[in-house]
Design a protein around this ligand. Structure first.
Ligand code: GLY
Length: 422
């Protein structure tokens, strides 16, 4: 199979790395990729959201299967465009991808399907939103309806904070049309987990649950980021919890989406809160998580290309999907200042030394090779160092040994990834 992976972060490097292990795959392209994907794939200079050129490329190169990493191309309709050209692609088409693209749509699906989730109300009118807030208890969650680069969710501790979120989202329109609607939602308490599943329109096969660390600093302090590290398995989300999430959250969502007329095919990611009343759905994403993928794929013992292919053909039940009974941990190395302003172009050292360590994989995110052949930083999240082990402690020790081999100016990372597992 010739495969095209769309995207250029740590998630896409992990996808290329895992696909490169498949006997079924003889060529991998990654668009646009990074310095790490170039080690296992051929990078193609096409942006992940340049759908017209991706279609042309896949067609001209006779790509057998395209796999989409980030949500943006999915929300722009990349799957619809590929399918219209008769090209095979793994991911949800535009409408079902609205499970991630519209918080209001997603909550309506949850309500319709009887999925356990926090109480909520949707508003297009600021006055009505504020009147509703006056009758609520705090903290409460205010979400901009559409895409906001991970910054559209505020946990408001009091009326003033919620009011400020409404003003910024709906009146100042800091996220443009994404703030035309807001969802105001009950705040849930407990441990969070990410449960991702392969879906072929009907069959839903969950992966090991993962716990992400969204805050920038140790102890879950500091601003929210795209994710500073993750680990699996999660003691608070053993197999029984994953099965419950599949039965009560993932399958009902897939069935409800099918009821709207277009089947959900691709990765369905449920962000769940493990509350005293059981798992409750916080959100859906329509793609693999980043950095969750860097943890879950090293644990997958089955052939990833065959899984994707079977899902595209609506035959997911015919392929094995197995995970090793091991632990995995990933630590994100970020540029100083991230998630705020940061400098790029910093040379990175120690990449080979780290990747030679036992059971360690160095996944690149914001990297590129400069004209002198040096790997330099290009983004906020730069690398994702993953290790596996028989136990969590072993994976953690190996992972941080890898982290200590690597250096770039102003590198920052969390030293406590997986602390809840201890
Ligand atoms: N790590 C969170 C996400 O991928 O959305």
């Amino acid at each position: 199979m010739k495969i095209l992976v769309v995207g250029g972060g740590g998630r896409e490097h992990a996808l290329c790395w895992k696909l490169a292990q498949s006997q079924e795959v003889h060529k991998i392209y990654c668009a646009p990729g990074n310095a790490g994907t170039a080690l296992v794939a051929e990078n193609v200079r096409i942006a992940a959201d340049d759908i017209d050129n991706l279609v042309l490329f896949a067609d001209h190169q006779n790509v057998d299967l395209t796999v989409v990493g980030p949500e943006r191309p999915l929300l722009l309709g990349i799957v619809d465009a590929f399918e219209a050209r008769g090209l095979r692609i793994f991911g949800p088409s535009r409408e079902p991808a609205m499970l991630e693209g519209s918080k209001a749509f997603s909550k309506e699906i949850m309500r319709r399907a009887g999925i356990p989730t926090g109480d909520f109300a949707v508003f297009e009118d600021t006055g009505k939103a504020r009147d509703y807030l006056k009758a609520q208890t705090f903290p409460i969650v205010v979400k901009a309806d559409g895409e906001a680069g991970g910054k559209g969710v505020v946990v408001a501790q009091d009326f003033a904070e919620a009011d400020s979120a409404i003003r910024r989202f709906m009146e100042e329109r800091i996220f443009g049309a994404s703030g035309d609607k807001v969802v105001i939602e009950q705040c849930l308490f407990g441990e969070e987990a990410s449960v991702m599943a392969f879906v072929d329109g009907e069959t839903v096969i969950p992966m090991t649950a993962v716990q992400d660390h969204k805050r920038a600093l140790d102890g879950d302090l500091g601003p929210n980021t795209g994710g500073m590290g993750a680990y699996a398995p999660v003691p608070a989300a053993p197999l029984a919890v994953v099965e419950e999430v599949t039965r009560r959250i993932l399958r009902p969502a897939v069935e409800a989406v099918r009821g709207t007329g277009i089947p959900y095919r691709g990765i369905l990611y449920a962000g769940v809160m493990l509350t005293d009343a059981g798992p409750m759905c916080l959100e859906f994403n329509c793609r693999f998580g980043d950095p969750e993928t860097q943890v879950v794929l090293p644990l997958l013992t089955s052939d990833l290309a065959s899984i994707f292919s079977a899902a595209v053909d609506a035959e997911l039940e015919t392929v094995p999907v197995k995970f090793a009974h091991r632990s995995a941990l990933t630590v994100v190395l970020a540029s100083g200042g991230y998630p705020g302003d940061y400098e790029v172009g910093k040379p990175i050292t120690g990449l080979d030394a780290a990747s030679k360590l036992d059971a360690v994989a160095v996944f690149h995110a914001g990297t590129r090779k400069n004209d002198e052949g040096q790997v330099v930083t290009t983004g906020g999240r730069v690398l994702s160092i993953t290790a596996t082990g028989e136990t969590f402690a072993e994976a953690r020790e190996r992972c941080y040994a890898g982290v200590r081999r690597i250096q770039f100016e102003e590198m920052q990372y969390r030293t406590d990834i997986g602390y809840r597992a201890l």
